[in-house]
Design a protein around this ligand. Structure first.
Ligand code: FAD
Length: 339
């Protein structure tokens, strides 16, 4: 690991100032569960770390008025176990409970979770850069070097949202649930505060896969805000992985339903594990509106969600797996309708 400076400011304003003073090469750090990993792999080389864990006012869960508000420093485990969230928004609690391990969830923050980087094997195994001669090309890690995953071992890669430069999957579970619920993040930077829809926080790879997030230099996430919806209680996060726990999604679906008896008034569906960004499945949502939900209709909606999917060499299985994941999630969520 390379040498770096470290500060731990007590206020958001001081953190922003510390970042600005440090200039290029500065990074915020919260739980450190992924940034330290990437530093050890030499994929991230920050010169200055601004530890935000002592910043006041960013660690509360508030469910009131017409929104849920989560401070960026709330540990993943706290929301996963919060009785109000579990009861009224199971999709949020489950997306966090199914991520990582209990130890990681205790350490990791919900702000840091949003900005974790891909687990693409070529991105992570190629530490050192192409100039070191010991690595695979990766446009995300080393812009312009190429993408070894295209035509390579791509079992874990995306089938939606890829480009000729990158097929890396967006790894987080929590952002998928947030996208389904139209959440936004509050951010603070040198030019003040603003809010960004979680769906807009993530950039499609296009020709610039190294530019992953719509954040300006030095902007810090302070909170995540979820508008209340009647669909919240009738929701689930359903995740399929190689192992039952402690593994990233091969396919996942966040589903929230507003039902009128057995008829779908409104469906919200987002996909994880299959796309380069948390993926809202709007056509699948529309295919359900006003119709009586049956297992057959749920599976048809799952297939609609993957109508534009493009498989690579080894990841074609994700299309049927993903469709069935959506179908199962729809039926699980619908089963909570009467609860
Ligand atoms: C073995 C393992 C398994 C995992 N499995 C899963 C899984 O199944 N599903 C899943 O979703 N995740 C999984 N994770 C990832 C884990 O959830 C993330 O590491 C964690 O959420 C990151 O949070 P953190 O607070 O530790 O972030 P950090 O490591 O501190 O930071 C992550 C990034 O966010 C930036 N950052 C942090 N806080 C802020 C802020 N407030 N404002 C602006 N920038 C900020 C940092 O600069 C850094 O770039 C796994 C991780 C490991 C190591």
């Amino acid at each position: 690991m390379r040498a770096f400076s470290y500060v731990r400011p007590q206020t958001a304003a001081a953190a922003i100032e510390a970042f600005a003073a440090a200039g290029a090469g500065a990074r915020y750090i919260a739980g450190g569960t992924t940034l330290y990993d990437l530093m050890k792999l030499d994929i991230e080389q920050p010169k200055h770390l601004i530890d935000v864990t002592a910043v006041q006012g960013m660690d509360a869960i508030e469910i009131r008025g017409d929104q849920l508000r989560f401070g960026a420093l709330v540990p993943m485990s706290a929301i996963a176990a919060d009785p109000g969230v579990l009861r009224e928004y199971p999709v949020l609690a489950e997306s966090l409970a199914r991520a990582a391990s209990q130890q990681l969830r205790n350490m990791a923050t919900v702000g840091g979770n949003l900005l974790q980087r891909t687990r693409c094997l070529y991105f992570r195994n190629g530490a050192g850069g192409t100039s070191a001669g010991n690595t695979y090309p990766c446009n995300k890690r080393d812009p312009g070097s190429g993408c070894a995953a295209i035509g390579g071992a791509d079992r874990g890669q995306a089938v939606l949202g890829q480009s000729a430069s990158c097929t890396a999957v967006s790894p987080g579970d929590w952002p998928v649930a947030l996208v389904a619920l139209d959440a936004h993040v509050e951010v603070l930077g040198q030019s003040g505060a603003r809010s960004i829809a979680v769906a807009d926080l993530y950039r499609l790879p296009g020709k610039t896969p190294h530019r992953e997030f719509e954040l300006k230099q030095g902007e810090m996430i302070t909170a995540i805000v979820v508008p209340k919806t009647p669909a919240g209680a009738c929701s689930t996060y359903y995740k399929i992985c190689d192992r039952e726990s402690y593994a990233f999604a091969l396919a996942s679906a966040a589903v929230a339903l507003e039902m009128d008896g057995g008829v779908v008034k409104q469906a919200r569906i987002a996909l994880g594990g299959v796309a380069t960004v948390p993926w809202r499945a709007t056509a699948a949502e529309a295919s359900l509106a006003g119709r009586t939900l049956t297992p057959e209709l749920a599976l048809a909606a799952g297939h609609v969600a993957f109508a534009d999917a493009k498989p690579g060499r080894d990841n074609g299985y994700k299309i049927e797996l993903g469709a069935r994941t959506v179908a199962d999630a729809l039926m699980i969520a619908a089963g909570r309708n009467a609860a």
